[in-house]
Write a protein that binds this ligand. Structure first.
Ligand SMILES: [Zn+2]
Length: 460
């Protein structure tokens, strides 16, 4: 883990990505894997490896990504690529410390929790089995990609063009945090994603708000009004028919959610929030589609706030989709709704002629579109995974029918037509995608056990 974090595998450092892929290939080769690098034009390679276990009847692909999110070094308490172990706020000289280590220590470094921990746990689990002379119960394939942080633009292309080599009975996705209770967790799906940047146009140039304030339309107010029409403060999306296509939860999925320990009070304290939206527990709320306002910009604030009517308002929004919904369907519903409210929907900035005839103009830029997936929790493969995870953890693991966040699970389901199940590792408070990303040591140890359990006990 220490060595992997030092390799600067971020999009800004193509050499670091290449060096990491080469190192991972070497690590797999040293363990007897047949390896190759799966390339696509302009993409860091996918590190592929396969290991056949004589007598095994099932083949499982272990997915992880070796790239990390971009870094803003000045926001970090230490160099993101020089790992540090900490006990609370105190640095620990772990390389010279006597075992046993404290499971509550946290290991800091970029990609320590997202997602080099999955690769580390896989390798450590494989080595542990070998050390005790256990033969894997499955044929193993690994698929470690290098551009997840950029939304995997070449993932479909690479997966499709290597379909034969990637043939398997199951994909296990080693990414994402475990449940907030810190218990080992499996997830059976992930919400889809649909990004939208919407620009509301006002006047052509900013004007004095005293001379014109009640007469010239204010785009910030128009945007605020629109947001309140799209979504209420309890998280309900108000677009008519928005939820019509949503596939309901099965009895098993509802039962799994009902079994989750209640974390809501702890989380309200941890996050410093005096209320939560809706009248549901956290996981139940993430089974619904969501509309998040990621950012709003109009005019200026603070010392720069002029007495003027701003010229436009820009809203960065994100939809989380659930099974049954498609990005195209959601997009059509949003655009129909906007038109019903008197908006003229455009894709380019309007000229004066357009502004004069259309009183409410909104420019939409859609992005990051992909659907959700919820795998069948009762399939033979799913039952096998749950049994292996329970046995490895020595207790029933936490089961999430679907993760609130979005990962490209649908793609493997769509192309490979096999069950796709998530095997998360990180602590929920890992600061992934931010400064001071960290992995709680206990989470890594749990993960080594679960990975070794998958490789040695999985069978169906
Ligand atoms: Zn990740």
């Amino acid at each position: 883990m220490d060595e992997l974090v030092r390799l600067q595998s971020v999009a800004a450092s193509p050499d670091g990505l290449t060096a990491t892929a080469a190192r991972l290939e070497t690590l797999l080769k040293a363990r007897g894997f047949k390896t190759s690098l799966m390339a696509a034009q302009g993409a860091p390679p996918v590190v592929f490896g396969s290991y056949n276990s004589p007598g095994a009847k099932r083949t499982v692909v272990f997915y992880a990504h070796y790239d990390g999110q971009p870094v803003t070094s000045e926001q970090w308490n230490s160099d993101p690529f020089v790992p540090v172990m900490r006990d609370g706020a105190k640095d620990v000289d772990w390389k010279n410390a006597k075992p046993p280590f404290d499971p509550e220590w946290h290991f800091f470094g970029r990609a320590a929790a997202d997602d080099k921990n999955s690769i580390t746990a896989f390798l450590a689990g494989f080595d542990a089995l070998k050390a005790i002379g256990h033969k894997p119960s499955i044929n193993i394939k690994v698929f470690w990609e290098g551009e997840e942080g950029r939304s995997s633009p070449h993932l479909a292309e690479i997966t499709r063009s290597h379909k034969d080599e990637l043939c398997a009975d199951l994909w296990l996705i080693g990414d994402a945090p475990v449940h907030q209770s810190r218990a080992p967790t499996l997830y059976f799906g992930a919400r889809g994603n649909l990004g939208l940047e919407a620009t509301v146009y006002g006047l052509r140039r900013a004007l004095h708000d005293g001379h014109y304030g009640n007469w010239v339309p204010n785009p910030a107010v128009m945007a605020a009004e629109l947001i309140a029409q799209l979504r209420d403060s309890e998280g309900r999306i108000l677009i008519p028919g928005f939820g019509d296509d949503v596939r309901p939860l099965t009895a098993e999925e509802k039962a799994a959610i009902a079994r989750l320990p209640s974390m809501e009070n702890d989380l309200r304290h941890e996050f410093g929030i005096g209320r939560s939206e809706g009248n549901e527990e956290l996981t139940a709320s993430t089974m619904r589609p969501a509309l998040n306002i990621k950012g709003l910009r109009s005019g200026q604030v603070g010392a720069e706030a002029a007495g003027a009517i701003p010229v436009d308002a820009i809203m960065a929004m994100g939809f989380r989709l659930v099974p049954g919904q498609t990005p195209q369907g959601v997009r059509a519903k949003v655009e129909t709704f906007l038109k019903s409210k008197g908006w003229t929907v455009v894709t380019d900035a309007p000229d004066t002629a357009a502004r004069l005839v259309h009183p409410r103009i909104i420019r939409l830029a859609w992005r990051d579109a992909y659907p959700a997936l919820r795998s069948d929790m009762t399939s033979p493969a799913a039952r096998g995974v749950i049994a292996a995870a329970n046995a490895a953890a020595g207790k029933p693991v936490t089961i999430l029918p679907m993760m609130g966040a979005s990962v490209h699970l649908y793609l493997f389901d769509d192309i490979m037509k096999v069950p796709v199940i998530g095997l998360p590792i990180s602590n929920h408070d890992n600061s992934q995608h931010a400064a001071n990303e960290n992995l709680r040591l206990r989470n890594l140890w749990d993960a080594v056990e679960v990975y070794a359990g998958m490789m040695s006990r999985l069978n169906w």
